[in-house]
Ligand binder design. Sequence first.
Ligand SMILES: [Fe+2]
Ligand SMILES: [Fe+2]
Length: 314
Amino acid sequence: MSSAIQYNNDSADVEGNVISLNDQGVEEVSDRLLASAARLSRNAMTEIDWSLPMEPDKHGCSPEWSSLYGTDYWNELTDEQRVSLTRHEFASIMCIGIWFEMVLQELVLRDQYLGEYHSTEFQFALVEVADECRHSLMFSKASEKMVGKSYRPNKLVGRLGKVFKYVAKNEVAYAGILVAEEVLDVFQRGCMRDDRVLPFIRTVNEIHVLEEARHMKYAREQVRESMQGVGWFRRKLSALVVSMGAYMIVANLVRPQAYADAGLDKGRAYGEAAHNEHFHSMIRSSCTHLMEFLDEVGLLTKPALRYYRRAHMI
Ligand SMILES: [Fe+2]
Ligand SMILES: [Fe+2]
């Protein structure tokens, strides 16, 4: 770790490159994050015993985080149905996580394509891609074990994601990444210490929360840097695009098919979840920190607020 710190202090002399003042924030943060990643990276493939049987009464996420918790439908369900529901809901959330992690790996790689290959910013970007790759593998294994199937975003959102990963850059790319990571983080933090949840899922959550904390710090720094000197029009447009992306991610987290796979009436479950004030308030209260950050960097504009409200994030 000391070598990483030394590298940062001496980078201008050792590498013969002067890092501009603008780069210093990201460089310093990357430096610290690299050291942290070297110390604290985890591997679910070796850490989790994937062959262990699942206890039948353990949930996929904390019941309070079910999109139906507190509704009339929830009250009618047996314990067994609730377990099945939370397992399918969380599998859906992990799969939407895989989808977005694939988008963001491309965003990060494109951003660094002709970057400063000696910089700590570049090095941490590679660590992030490697982390995401392992996370997606972990989510894939966990979905396979828990429900034996996977979920994808709806067709339109799938196509929009394709466009987003080709065109998004700077603050749009990193604020988009940040929003997706924060939303997933919120669910996982809520469930990682709950002993009603399957132990291997708790480990999955713990690993993801720990490693994403670094990614979110990196994304925040990238957004701060990109927003320096940004004009009125670009700020408004970036804010709007990010909020629309956030809305689509949140709206797609629990796929309606997950209700059907849990043996529920898909239409009724979807309808009650869409109006579930408990679930909305869980999301809202967890996004406070994210909204404060977006406000701080000038990305919480009025039109953007409309989308965050629709997603119940504020
Ligand atoms: Fe991840
Ligand atoms: Fe991440």
